[in-house]
Write a protein that binds this ligand. Structure first.
Ligand code: 8YV
Length: 325
């Protein structure tokens, strides 16, 4: 029997491409850059090869226009990400196209990235790095580039899902006090002593750091805005490894300039790969290029997870384990 045809929009780790090529008639993308994240182009390519499945990634515009233009041969879309705000779920459902994602395997790596940014922000790593590289460092001085310690600080986790809870575990090792806000209070075995706030104002005014772990989409758009930033204590830190649009860049830039927000660490951006130019001259913000899940181990695990899900639909005819639509 002919192997199912799989359109792969991005270059993937070697082991994943090898597995895809072994089990599918895989049309791989050999380039490091996507040939296009444009939905119309994805649909055009899927049509040209009569794809049975698509393996895409966050940033691919799998919107209604794309999904409605896909050929009837497409039965499943897998996204190489846990987030699926770039996929129009309603349009996929309406066409009977299954959508699957890659949860769990990236939780630790993404939390690790958030913690990296938190340490960079608290300990002024961006300024320190720049000073050494500039050749202008004239030696140790008692008051040079003093940051703040994380010990005993209150970490506010917005969205206490798998990634938020991994971050909480790391922060416990730094003797931070964990506070969280979520749709509802979690059971004690998941809370592990973290303090739930059912009141947004109490959450914002209590914490020293906010780390954002909420999904993208209209429900969270510009959630962290000027009004909410103003409710945080002076000298707080903002970390975002969730989705860029959930914070208001102009408001954060103003707060970083005034010092009301001491420092920030960002891995995701509204409209990425574009980055609001207002951040670039600021030394109190650490900027990473969406590296949340970028470890060798995690990217392999994500690839295998995506393929397990595709296999269920296209090879085994069984229910995929991580179906979001
Ligand atoms: C992905 C992410 O690796 O999984 C997600 O939702 O944001 C990332 O860590 C990246 O978006 C590629 O799809």
């Amino acid at each position: 029997m002919a192997k199912p045809i799989l359109l792969v929009t991005r270059k993937l780790p070697e082991a994943i491409e090898a597995r895809a090529a072994r089990d599918y008639d895989a049309r791989l993308n050999p380039q490091d850059e996507p040939w296009s994240t444009d939905g119309a182009e994805i649909a055009r390519r899927a049509t040209a090869i009569k794809a049975d499945g698509i393996l895409g990634a966050a940033g691919d515009k799998l919107d209604a226009t794309c999904i409605n233009a896909l050929p009837d041969s497409v039965k499943v879309i897998a996204t190489f990400s846990v987030g699926f705000d770039h996929v129009d779920i309603a349009a996929a459902k309406a066409r009977g196209i299954v959508v699957v994602n890659t949860p769990e395997v990236l939780s630790f790596a993404t939390a690790e990235c958030a913690f990296t940014l938190l340490l960079m922000a608290a300990r002024r790593a961006v300024e320190g790095e720049a000073l050494v590289r500039s050749g202008q460092w004239h030696g140790w001085a008692p008051t040079q580039l003093m940051g703040v310690t994380l010990e005993k600080k209150k970490l506010g986790i917005l969205g206490f899902g798998r990634i938020g809870r991994e971050l909480a575990n790391m922060a416990r090792g730094f003797r931070m006090e964990i506070h969280y806000r979520d749709m509802q209070r979690l059971p004690p075995d998941l809370e592990q002593g973290a303090i739930f706030h059912d009141n947004e104002d109490s959450f914002l005014s209590t914490i020293d750091v906010i780390s954002m772990h909420v999904p993208g989409g209209e429900g969270t758009r510009k959630w962290l805005n000027a009004e909410r930033l103003a409710k945080m204590k002076a000298g707080s830190i903002v970390i975002n490894t969730g989705r860029g649009p959930s914070l208001d860049d102009e408001a954060l830039i103003a707060a970083l300039k005034s010092g009301h927000i001491r420092a920030a660490g960002l891995d995701v951006y509204d409209g990425e790969p574009k980055v609001n130019p207002g951040y670039l001259p600021l030394q109190n913000v650490a900027l990473l290029p969406h590296l949340g899940s970028a470890t060798i181990e995690t990217r392999d695990a994500m690839g295998h997870r995506a393929l397990e899900n595709l296999d269920a639909v296209l090879l085994q005819g069984t229910a995929p384990p991580h179906r979001v639509a």
